[in-house]
Design a protein around this ligand. Structure first.
Ligand SMILES: [Zn+2]
Length: 252
């Protein structure tokens, strides 16, 4: 028996993150009664408009990577009640905690597919590997990282628009202050979500000069994940099939 398998590849780039670097040079506010000296506003908490939610969902899940052609919904089947995540190379305690937080945040938004960690590689649905690209490529020959200057690359494998497996490569040289953001971005790709230019989403391909809270999902991203997880949104659905459902969430 031969099963047709397709793999999509998406990579994340980072340029300089000017906001984060300069924040360190901001003097603490005097006469403050709180412990917080961080007075910057993140885009994460900014409420998106209904149109923004609609357009971003369509761009992230119903367009090809260039944004030029319509595609159909690609997602894990609702009957896949557990998605098991195995971290291969390059673990750190901080990153494992960040992974647990991303999975917990996703599990709140998706009642069908619950992500959980596994230590059994053979049962893993998602494998994360944070090693040099050459090392990764020799071990995962079917999931070759072609550009090792990016911070991360996600390979999503699917058949008949149902995602069956994902491999996440993380660059081991990503600065520590960006690692949580890269991890959250790549894990979100494994759901069947692509890229957008909207800076309220963690799914921008070049995360420069943005001020996203890497330790939580923005309101916009929460809506996107909720819509995709809705059981009425089927793998293979077109925009026309589900536009009323997208609008329902966008109006909330
Ligand atoms: Zn990406």
């Amino acid at each position: 028996m031969k099963i047709a398998i397709a793999v999509t590849v998406v990579s994340l780039f980072f340029l300089t993150i000017a906001c984060q670097t300069s924040e360190k040079n901001i003097p603490p506010v005097t006469n403050t009664t709180t412990n917080s000296t961080n007075t910057s506003t993140t885009t994460t908490t900014v409420k998106p408009s209904s149109q923004e939610i609609y357009d971003t969902f369509v761009r992230l899940t119903l367009k090809n990577s260039a944004g030029t052609a319509a595609i159909t919904i690609r997602k894990w089947l609702p009957t896949k009640t557990q998605i098991k995540v195995y971290w291969d190379g390059g673990r750190t305690t901080a990153l494992m905690s960040a992974l647990d937080k991303v999975m917990a945040d996703m599990n709140v938004l998706n009642k069908y597919n619950k992500m959980l960690r596994t230590e059994v590689v053979a049962e893993a649905d998602i494998i994360i590997n944070r090693v040099e690209a050459a090392t990764h490529n020799s071990k995962y020959a079917s999931y070759q990282v072609s550009n090792s200057s990016v911070q991360g690359t996600t390979f999503t494998q699917w058949t008949s628009d149902a995602i069956t497996k994902a491999i996440v490569w993380l660059s081991p040289t990503t600065p520590s202050n960006l690692q949580n953001g890269v991890l959250r971005h790549e894990l979100t790709h494994t759901l069947g979500i692509g890229h957008t230019d909207n800076t309220k989403s963690i799914m921008i391909p070049i995360m420069s000069n943005t001020n996203y809270d890497f330790n939580s999902f923005s309101v916009l991203d929460q809506r996107i994940i909720q819509i995709l997880a809705d059981n009425r949104v089927k793998q293979g659905s077109s925009e026309a099939n589900i536009s009323a459902i997208i609008k329902e969430y966008a109006a909330k």
